[in-house]
Design a binder for this molecule. Structure first.
Ligand SMILES: NC(=O)c1ccc[n+]([C@@H]2O[C@H](COP(=O)([O-])OP(=O)(O)OC[C@H]3O[C@@H](n4cnc5c(N)ncnc54)[C@H](O)[C@@H]3O)[C@@H](O)[C@H]2O)c1
Length: 392
């Protein structure tokens, strides 16, 4: 079994994902981390000492870490606006990359990474952990088994109760740092829509606005400061909350409609001030419909309606109960990290592809452009054939 020495750029927050990889019995070690924030770097070192009795090296310059450590791979779990620059450097120095979603905050940024990984023959995997969730896999299996015939329509409603806590108190709220929450959050669902439909978007129209968070009291400190953020159910109702980011110019309600190359039509509706948190997908085929009630955890189901009925039926003809798996994101984080280790060892290809990640960003960018131009239809720029066909 090939031993792997791995590093992390952006050590806390989502950087905790690297803990799932560290397994000395399996020959996988996190040996170094880089962060611009020295408090975070210290937390990271302490975390590894306390949790794994491991001494990790700390850096405040990612280039220095990549040059000195001779890594077999690096997790890039820094904020979205850092992804392109940091992944470009790693890929052009031959270091395989696990890059958090969204791949980058522009289409050009994604295309630069695709081209760099291809020409340097370096592995690139993007953190679309929803592809490792039980409910998306069950829906994919049902579709592939022919349970609903040929997929023609997909509707996804996304309720984000913690939107105020997660996306309007720091860099996420500033479009120069995130472009739109259609990338930051929506890239997951757009990718799942493409995966379930078996094709990528070619045209998008959208409407959306900033209807709540721009009206609430802001922080007065420097925008780049990182406040202590807790996802707390007592932060309710939204209009009574304070402490938001000085710059807020991303929409808190996004609605986009997509036409895919293969003729499937889809829509994605995302709201950041709902009381509950859930993704709800309906997939309609030529012989039936499936819908998830709950996206992970106990009591979640997939309902399948494959017989005609002329009235409301809460449950389908068949109900599939989902497994409540332990670990973050319904067990998906552990599985995607194992997927990266397998990919590095060439044991198994990931179900995600960098091309699909790029189309998720490109579709989100097209949606944001349409929303910001009064619903103007925007075509999604296709990838050149040599990139489309490349095996990363
Ligand atoms: N796949 C998922 O389910 C999921 C969930 C949450 C976040 N994310 C993604 O993970 C990434 C990080 O999100 P987060 O909420 O943890 O962000 P964050 O703002 O908490 O930052 C994460 C870490 O990066 C560090 N950092 C900040 N700027 C840096 C820089 N220039 N270079 C190196 N490190 C830097 C921070 O100090 C922190 O330790 C984002 O791209 C986000 O979209 C993915």
């Amino acid at each position: 079994m090939k031993k792997l020495r791995l590093g992390v750029i952006g050590t806390c927050g989502r950087g905790a994902l690297s803990d799932y990889a560290h397994n000395t019995n399996d020959g996988v070690e996190i040996v170094a981390g880089m962060d611009i924030n020295s408090d975070m770097l210290n937390k990271f070192k302490t975390r590894y000492r306390d949790k794994f009795k491991a001494e990790v090296n700390g850096y405040t310059d990612y280039k220095e870490m990549l040059e000195k450590e001779q890594l077999d791979g690096v997790f890039i779990t820094s904020p979205d606006f850092c992804h392109e620059e940091q992944a470009y450097y790693a890929l052009s120095h031959g270091v395989p990359v696990y890059l958090e979603k969204p791949m980058a905050i522009t289409i050009e940024g994604c295309d630069r990474l695709l081209e760099t990984a291809r020409t340097n023959k370096t592995k690139l995997m993007v953190g679309h952990n929803m592809r490792y969730m039980d409910f998306t896999n069950k829906m994919k299996d049902l579709i592939d088994s022919g349970a609903i015939g040929e997929v023609k329509a997909i509707w996804c409603r996304h309720f984000v109760s913690y939107g105020g806590d997660a996306y309007f108190r720091d860099w996420h709220a500033d479009r120069s740092k995130s472009t739109s929450l259609l990338l930051q959050k929506g890239a997951h669902d757009i990718d799942i829509i493409h995966w379930l439909a078996g094709g990528f978007s070619r045209r998008v129209i959208g409407m959306g606005n900033l209807s709540v968070y721009d009206k609430l009291p802001r922080r007065t400190d420097a925008p780049e400061n990182k406040p202590d953020i807790s996802f707390d159910v007592s932060h309710w109702p939204p209009m009574k909350q304070t402490g938001f980011h000085p710059i807020i110019d991303v929409e808190d309600h996004n609605m986009i409609m997509m036409q895919l190359e293969n003729g499937t039509q889809a829509c994605y509706l995302q709201c950041h001030y709902t009381p509950d948190a859930c993704r709800n997908y309906t997939i309609i085929g030529t012989e039936g419909r499936i819908e998830n009630y709950g996206d992970y955890g106990k009591d979640s189901t997939i309902e399948l309606w494959d017989k005609r009925n002329n009235s409301f039926c809460l449950n389908g003809n068949v109900t599939y109960r989902l497994i409540a798996e332990p670990g973050s994101h319904g067990g998906a984080d552990l599985k995607i990290i194992q997927g990266f280790v397998d990919y590095l060892r060439e044991e198994k290809s990931p179900t995600t592809t960098p091309q699909a990640s790029r189309y998720a960003v490109a579709t989100g960018c097209a949606g944001a452009e349409s929303i910001r131009h009064l619903g103007m239809p925007v075509d999604v720029k296709p990838l050149p054939d040599e990139i489309k066909k490349h095996q990363y």
